[in-house]
Design a protein around this ligand. Structure first.
Ligand SMILES: [Zn+2]
Length: 317
């Protein structure tokens, strides 16, 4: 090999070595990147139940969901960013009900008992694959009694009367897997009454979602003592009836779901129904690549291993 030939071979060898070296560096770097992105999705040590309740010192039955820790990086990253949208006040032919039922993701319809479209709305939601819960009217600290609706829980009722009203309300709403409170700022801070309400729910295989109309609510702590999921509302969507406000609340909810993995929100049919349903529609199509929209029963099952097992009354379907 002459001098020129040796020089050419040397250049080729240097080139091959540099390609191998660069490839090795890229492989090592790439492994590090995928490991760190898996870590950021899993967020070890972050218990979803603490996020839902905002009560980090509480012991949660069942512990964190096994799906969060067993399989490493999920196939679909959005499965760890979930939002449950509960829509309250159905059951009285309220404005926006059909629009809400046409939402192309799973929602939860909270249906008031003993009203003209109670059964119709519950059956329609169930047939769309949505969750149905009983929207139990409960006395507020302020507000007119006529806003409560029939069969309401009030502070003057005896233990037996509370039990009877909760039983009858559950019997009224077909396919109900849980319950939340309509109004109820007074009742949800009353230990005697809420203890009976939760007992009946548990006996009937239903969970209770605290709508959080009162920050002094005792529902979360009572649920834990009864081995029930301490699930509650994080954000009201439509406390002001305007699309810009509801959009702002949806953005807050999306941020919470992305930051903390789960978020529970409540909106309404009725007075705000058309605005709420319109913003929910546009938001779910905008966010569905990042956030999975689930029923509230999916959250209580995955976070607390609570399997809703409604015990059917004689006249329930
Ligand atoms: Zn309500």
């Amino acid at each position: 090999m002459n001098k020129a030939g040796r020089k050419g071979w040397s250049c080729t060898w240097k080139f091959i070595m540099s390609v191998v070296l660069t490839g090795t560096i890229l492989m090592v770097y790439g492994t590090g990147l995928s490991a760190s992105s898996a870590e950021s999705q899993l967020r070890p040590g972050q218990a979803p139940e603490q996020i839902l309740t905002g009560q980090s010192s509480m012991q949660v039955p069942g512990g964190p969901a096994s799906g969060h820790t067993s399989s490493g990086t999920p196939a679909d990253p959005s499965q760890h960013k979930r939002m449950a949208i509960i829509i309250d006040d159905a059951g009285n032919d309220m404005k926006g009900t059909s629009e809400i039922l046409a939402t192309p993701v799973k929602l939860t319809l909270a249906v008031m008992p003993f009203l003209q479209t109670t059964k119709k709305d519950a059956i329609a939601a169930h047939e769309k694959g949505m969750d149905v819960i009983v929207h139990m009217p409960m006395e507020p600290n302020k507000g007119r009694p006529e806003w409560l609706g029939p069969g309401a829980i009030t502070s003057k009722l005896t233990d037996e009367e509370v039990r009877d009203r909760v039983e009858k309300a559950i019997d009224e709403v077909p396919y109900a897997v849980g319950m939340n409170n309509h109004m109820g700022s007074k009742i949800t801070s009353d230990k005697r009454i809420m203890s009976i309400v939760l007992d009946v729910c548990r006996e009937r295989g239903l969970f209770f979602v605290d709508s959080r109309t009162n920050f002094r609510s005792v529902v979360g702590e009572l649920a834990i003592t009864k081995n029930m999921p301490p699930v509650g509302n994080d954000i009201f969507l439509d406390d002001h009836n305007s699309k810009p406000h509801i959009r702002k609340q949806m953005d807050l909810a999306a941020k919470r779901a992305l930051d903390k993995d789960v978020c529970v929100v409540i909106g309404h049919v009725g007075h705000t129904g058309l605005n709420t349903s319109a913003v929910v529609h546009e938001s779910v199509s905008r966010l569905k690549g990042q956030i999975e929209f689930v029923g509230i029963s999916d959250l209580v099952r995955d976070v607390w291993h609570w399997q809703a097992e409604p015990k059917l009354p004689t006249d329930n379907k």
